[in-house]
Design a protein around this ligand. Structure first.
Ligand SMILES: [Fe+2]
Ligand SMILES: [Fe+2]
Length: 313
């Protein structure tokens, strides 16, 4: 038997609202309060040049490796674009009821991430504060548009993957800094991202019960054109290659540590009751995962060959 009813975007929002309410309660019971100021080594700070006449930033002010600095900048600029993300989800999910409560709560939690990382970077002089501010202006001036902005299930699929991707990226960036304080801060941020992922993943799991073919279509489309939210950052292509070469976030992690665990939770390859489009979507998803496997292996081979060449020098 196949389910052929297609639910409208409004019907999906209404049907999922009780699931939002349940998962909001769950989230609030699990989310731990934390304070950004406790993660910043303020006593290491020094006044900068400018109106207060301190010392200008120099690359030698910090011993954090270059690639970790690049990843920190990408992660912070990604967090900085929160007003755009808020606009996107408030427009799609609405500002009322359980959906609205979630939208505002999520925004408040995300706001902490940018504050904490910026304070840390400024106090420890890990990155050029002038370049960082200019990059923030450029990036936020572009704004962010959800590639599937008027589709509820596509957006839920996207954020399920994106929150997990962000978690892994923060976690590995922390490790790459070699600085225990930075690692502790980014691990704390990553724990938030994980709870966000679980929230969205649970919603889409409910959507698989409610409208399996529409959910499958959403997942297949999102996996096919997934882009990190920071992809509009100036120089993103170059930066993301450096980040991938350092193993902070690469295709292998994207496929095996982001897509696969979430897809496994939804048990996508055993979902029943799909219509023709749902089945087609699932086949596209399988093909896409194979293509990603090949691309990830090719990248790893190239990275190994590059490492071997560098070792010979
Ligand atoms: Fe965040
Ligand atoms: Fe998040």
């Amino acid at each position: 038997m196949t389910v052929s009813t297609t639910l409208s975007q409004t019907a999906l929002l209404v049907e999922l609202e009780p699931v939002v309410a349940r998962n909001l309660d769950r989230h609030l019971s699990l989310a731990k309060e934390w304070f950004p100021h406790e993660y910043v080594p303020w006593s290491e700070g020094r006044t900068f040049d400018g109106p207060l006449g301190g010392e200008a930033w120099s690359p030698t002010d910090s011993t954090i490796p270059d690639v970790a600095r690049t990843a920190l900048i990408v992660n912070l600029l990604t967090e900085d674009n929160l007003p755009s993300y808020h606009h996107e989800i408030a427009t799609l999910f609405g500002r009322d009821g359980a959906w609205g409560t979630w939208v505002h709560r999520w925004t408040a939690e995300e706001g902490r991430h940018g504050v904490a990382i910026r304070d840390y970077l400024t106090v420890t002089r890990a990155v050029d504060p002038v370049a960082l501010e200019r990059a923030r202006m450029t990036h936020m001036s572009e704004g962010y548009t959800n590639a599937h902005g008027d589709e509820v299930l596509h957006s839920l699929a996207y954020v399920s993957f994106q929150e997990l991707a962000t978690r892994i990226s923060h976690r590995n960036t922390g490790k790459a800094t070699g600085d225990p304080a930075c690692e502790a801060l980014l691990a704390r941020v990553a724990a938030d991202e994980n709870l966000h992922m679980v929230f969205y993943r649970n919603l889409l799991a409910a959507a698989f019960e409610l409208a399996p073919s529409q959910a499958m279509r959403a997942v297949a489309d999102v996996v096919a054109d997934f882009q990190m939210p920071g992809n509009g950052i100036d120089g993103f292509a170059r930066k993301s290659v450096a980040i991938a070469l350092a193993g902070i976030y690469d295709l292998r992690q994207h496929r095996d540590d982001v897509l696969q665990p979430v897809l496994r939770q939804w048990d996508v390859f055993n979902v029943t009751g799909l219509n023709a489009d749902g089945e087609a979507a699932r086949e596209q998803l399988a093909t896409q995962l194979d293509a990603l496997e090949n691309a990830a292996s090719r990248f790893e081979e190239k990275r190994d060959a590059r490492a071997a060449r560098l070792a010979l020098r």
